[in-house]
Design a protein around this ligand. Structure first.
Ligand code: ATP
Length: 968
């Protein structure tokens, strides 16, 4: 079986195949076909019988089409028969036909998993122990006929449920958007053209190209394979990759043994292939088991889990304190059971931070959504927190730190060095020799070199509005552009010397080889790859007049020369083979090649990378470059980006010679690793982790997956990355850009800060009120707040105020402080102190004013209203303290950056004024109007609270600076 994987060069060979029956409706055609396929097989049911069955079951049109395809044993049919049955040839379907089939078969997606109705989602908000406690309290207060308490408790429950419902909806839609961003693309052939479409638009009959690292987008019958192996573990549980070919297998062969089929959801681990789609969506084997791939799981992280556990223990603790207070109140202090019960209900309601889970989840969901907007798509949520602890980022070079817009600038043949002008892929430029413009055709060795580079090449250049872009590998795109500058039309050339077989480029072996045949029937193997690899396989070199034994010294000298200007190096060699050769194997390219020449390709660093690397350095993060490129190129580019300046660079070959202890030492000292292959990445991550570093690692290839999984934060390339890499990673960089990593670290730190701010704000505000009640009961003075009043404050403040904090921007020093210690508990000792201290301050302020007012002869109603207002104003003041975790809030920045803080404070102020002055509230809550001088006291208390906490923060900063941790 011939292997024609590069269609662009061979399309003409297939153009003669007639496209038949295209006018027939697909379903009609399918029905017709069905009666002929395996008509003699006892497995087939007659069409008429099937029709009757379908009619009887009243199955819809689309499902009917699907059923006709579903039952066909594609694996047992020869490939040409499969193509004929699906009415397609290797040129693919026409767009019109594809559209028709899409209508007929529907999108290539699995039927949506059951979505919970909004109604059900709302009621599920009540399924929570805290809420049960509140509902029981409401019931009992109702039985005691304290309708206002009942009403307020139900209000709290309802507000909580509404906020929970909204936040869950927001979180869901954030995740949904992210899921969409991760949707697969497939490379297909339609109308004879190779193109990329969303996998969900695939239809039966589409011709799909698969390459290593791809996730198989549908059920596909293979028609051409090239050393293809597939990881089918997702489907069959078989953990070892299975190799595939195109020969049909016996009827009834089990799924795992169908060598000529690949199934949706499995992974290409090696090689490449072409195949025809035989099943999409629910018709696929994956559809049958109804699983979803690529799912972004529920919203949770280690911190959130810790908080949830903490929340449960807190509830138990609060209930214990409440029972204790109840006993003291009734037995020792002689409160009536009913009063004390109401008080304890209020106590429990006010102490339980029921808003905490909602605030945590929404902070995380909004953060993840923001990160997606910044091009960092989070696949595993714990990574958001880990980002804040990252101490080392290991980044690829090409395309991540550099632009990946390659242009050939230097061409070296055995006797000459040519310079080429032009920028980007735009195929206009001149060749210069010793500063004189030259015609390529006058130098046959140059012409042959360029010509080989065009043939040993899978890329396609395309022009739109005068802009040239590359489909495929940018390095290869640069060679195509060079070819066009030399007057070679890649399409014509590829047709004239069509490809018979190929070994695709992989980072491990660092070369690509093709077997081509020209019009006279002569066959050549062309190899292009990393120069060292090519030189060691070459015995001769091509000169102007013929060939001579290779001079490795000359080539190594030239490689160094080119690389030291930061250019990537790439070499090309060729070998004539016998006319009966039908396949190129690794053995064929082991030796005996004729070196044709060398290319120097510029790939300029991204401007924003330099800035991002500097930001990382400031943030205490070491940036290491791990590249497959030449050591000199890597060193020069590294230097331009401030990576590893003045330090040695180490190659993959050198790494291999090191034992683990040596490697651990070296990874600490070296920042540039060159000529590495994916296995080295895994060793480097492990060595860094053994040194106690929290490591982020980028990757794109299928073989990068182990290192991505092992890294604390695996970062996959969204554009050039394979599906295998994306699935192994915890974050996908939608733009492959290093600066996105720095942005993600910043965002990760912001989210963690905001989660902490939420906790630091909520707990003391609950704690303050609880302490007021406990103090009153313990020290036997009039209760400063009635149960209704406590419930009121709780209802209007807790969640509303805190939600404002979730929108808080990153603090100014967020990238100037060292990474967070991942082993540190979620709250530091200082933060625990702050929670207790603030609770105490709020209690003190409330009790102070309460007693002062009573002493001044004010009614208990006025004193209690003042207490409620003091707590509300104190909370507002404390909210401002919490806007900046460690740095001072006594700054102008307190007035800007987050309008939602001021909006929620404004709403709260209005509600509190209504509470204080509306006669209706006087009756309901036993409140009283305050005089202006009362407000002065209340506001002074708020200001005092704010200043005392600022002082506390300042002392903490001073102590931290003295202990050598200035940013904490
Ligand atoms: P990174 O810095 O992201 O690791 P890289 O392109 O430098 O990327 P590889 O992709 O592993 O690293 O490439 C290593 C070497 O292989 C390159 O320096 C080049 O010489 C050669 N090479 C790259 N792309 C191709 C290709 N498509 N065909 C043949 N050789 C290639």
């Amino acid at each position: 079986m011939a292997h024609f994987l590069d269609l662009s060069g061979h399309l003409s060979r297939y153009r003669s195949i007639p496209a038949h029956m295209k006018t027939l409706s697909l379903s009609f055609w399918l029905q017709k076909r069905f009666s002929t396929i395996f008509a003699d097989s006892h497995h087939a049911i007659s069409t008429a019988e099937k029709e009757r069955q379908l009619d009887k079951e009243n199955i819809k049109y689309r499902e009917r089409s699907q059923l006709f395809l579903k039952d066909l044993p594609w694996y047992a049919m020869p490939d040409d028969q499969v193509l004929a049955r699906l009415e397609v040839d290797r040129n693919g379907l026409t767009e019109a036909e594809a559209k028709k089939r899409l209508h007929e078969f529907g999108l290539n997606t699995l039927s949506a998993t059951k979505v919970r109705s909004p109604f059900a989602r709302f009621f599920l908000q009540f399924n929570n122990v805290l809420i049960y406690v509140l509902l029981v309290s409401a019931l009992i207060t109702g039985l005691l006929r304290h309708w206002i308490d009942t009403g307020v408790i139900l209000g709290v429950v309802l507000i909580n449920a509404i906020i929970g419902f909204i936040q869950e909806g927001k979180a869901e839609s954030a995740l949904e958007a992210i899921r969409k961003m991760l949707s697969l693309e497939a490379t297909i052939v339609r109308d004879g053209k190779r193109m990329s479409i969303f996998s969900e638009e695939l239809v039966p009959g589409d011709i799909v190209m698969l390459a290593s690292g791809d996730r198989v987008p549908a059920d596909i019958r293979l028609i051409d394979v090239n050393s293809l192996s597939i990881d089918e573990s997702a489907l069959t549980g078989e953990s070892h990759p299975v190799s595939k070919d195109v020969e049909p297998v016996q009827m009834n062969t089990p799924l795992g043994d169908r060598k000529d089929m690949v199934y949706s959801g499995t992974l290409v681990t090696h090689g490449s292939a072409m195949g025809v789609v035989v099943g999409t969506g629910d018709m696929t084997e994956f559809g049958r088991i109804g699983q979803m791939i690529n799912e972004v799981k529920e919203i949770t992280t280690p911190l959130l889990r810790q908080i949830a556990v903490f929340g449960r223990w807190l509830t138990v603790g609060i209930l214990a304190v409440t029972v204790f207070t109840f006993i003291i109140g009734t037995v020792i202090r002689d409160y009536s059971i009913a009063d004390m019960f109401l008080m304890c209900v209020a106590l429990a309601v006010s102490a339980i931070p029921e808003g905490l889970p909602a605030v945590m989840t929404i902070t995380l969901a909004l953060g993840v959504q923001r990160m997606a907007r910044l091009n960092a798509i989070v696949r595993r949520l714990p990574a958001v927190e880990t980002l804040g602890s990252v101490t080392v980022i290991c980044s690829d070079k090409t395309g991540t730190l550099t632009k990946n817009e390659m242009t050939v600038q230097t061409v070296v043949t055995p006797d000459r060095l040519f310079e080429v002008t032009g920028t980007g892929y735009f195929p206009a430029g001149e060749f210069y020799l010793n500063h004189h413009m030259v015609e390529v055709y006058k130098y046959p060795e140059l012409e042959e070199l360029v010509h080989a580079a065009v043939l040993c090449n899978d890329a396609v250049l395309q022009e739109k509005d005068d802009t040239w872009t590359v489909i495929g590998d940018p390095t290869e795109g640069a060679l195509l552009s060079l070819g066009m500058k030399a007057g070679i039309d890649p399409n014509v050339q590829r047709d004239l010397e069509y490809r018979i077989s190929s070994i695709p480029f992989e980072s491990e072996h660092r070369f690509m080889a093709t077997l081509n045949q020209d019009s006279s029937g002569t066959k050549f193997i062309f190899v292009k790859g990393a120069p060292e690899t090519i030189i060691e396989r070459s015995s001769d070199e091509r000169t102007e007049t013929g060939k001579r034994p290779i001079n490795p010294h000359y080539w190594h000298e030239k490689i160094r020369e080119i690389a030291s200007s930061g250019q990537r190096t790439l070499a090309v060699a060729a070998k004539k083979v016998s006319a009966d050769k039908t396949d190129v194997t690794f053995g064929d390219v082991e030796g005996g090649l004729v070196m044709l020449g060398l290319f120097g390709i510029i790939d300029p660093p991204r401007e924003e990378s330099l800035l991002a690397v500097d930001q990382c350095h400031h943030a205490g993060i070491v940036v290491k470059m791990i590249t497959g490129d030449h050591v000199e190129t890597a060193r020069v580019i590294g230097e331009r980006l401030n990576i590893g300046v003045g330090k040695p660079a180490v190659t993959g070959a050198e790494l291999e010679k090191m034992d683990d202890a040596e490697l651990r030492r070296v990874v600490g000292e070296v920042d540039v690793f060159a000529r590495t292959s994916p296995e080295h990445k895994l060793r480097l991550v492990e060595a860094l982790q053994a040194n106690g570093e929290v490591t982020a690692m980028t990757g794109d290839g299928v073989n990068d997956a182990p290192a991505l999984k092992r890294a604390n934060v695996g970062l996959a390339m969204g554009v050039k990355g394979t599906e295998a890499a994306k699935e192994a990673a915890s974050i996908v960089l939608a733009d492959d850009n290093f600066s996105t990593i720095a942005g993600a670290v910043r965002e990760g730190r912001r989210i963690y800060d905001n989660l902490q701010k939420g906790i630091l704000f909520l707990l003391p505000t609950n704690g303050g009120m609880t302490m007021v009640v406990i103090a009153a009961v313990l020290f036997d003075f009039a209760l400063p707040m009635t149960s209704k009043q406590i419930l009121w404050i709780n209802m209007i403040t807790a969640v509303t105020l805190c939600l404002g904090l979730t929108f808080e921007r990153p603090e100014a020093n967020v990238m100037d402080r060292p990474p967070r210690n991942p082993k540190a508990p979620p709250l530091s000792y200082y933060q625990i102190w702050r929670i207790v201290f603030v609770s105490f301050i709020l209690m003190l302020a409330a009790l102070l004013l309460f007693n002062l007012e009573l002493r001044r002869g004010q009614s208990i109603e006025v004193a209690r209203t003042i207490v409620a207002c003091t707590i509300v104003v104190g909370q507002m003041a404390y909210l401002l303290n919490c806007r900046f975790l460690r740095s001072s809030s006594l700054t102008r920045r307190i007035f800007c950056g987050n309008p939602s803080i001021y909006i929620s404070m404004g709403i709260l102020a209005v509600l509190q004024l209504i509470y204080t002055y509306a006669p209706w509230f006087h009756d309901l809550f036993d409140t009283a109007s305050l005089r202006p001088q009362d407000w002065i006291l209340v506001l002074a208390m708020g200001l005092g609270t704010f200043l005392i906490i600022e002082m506390d923060k300042a002392i903490e900063r001073f102590l931290a600076a003295r202990n050598g941790k200035p940013d904490f």
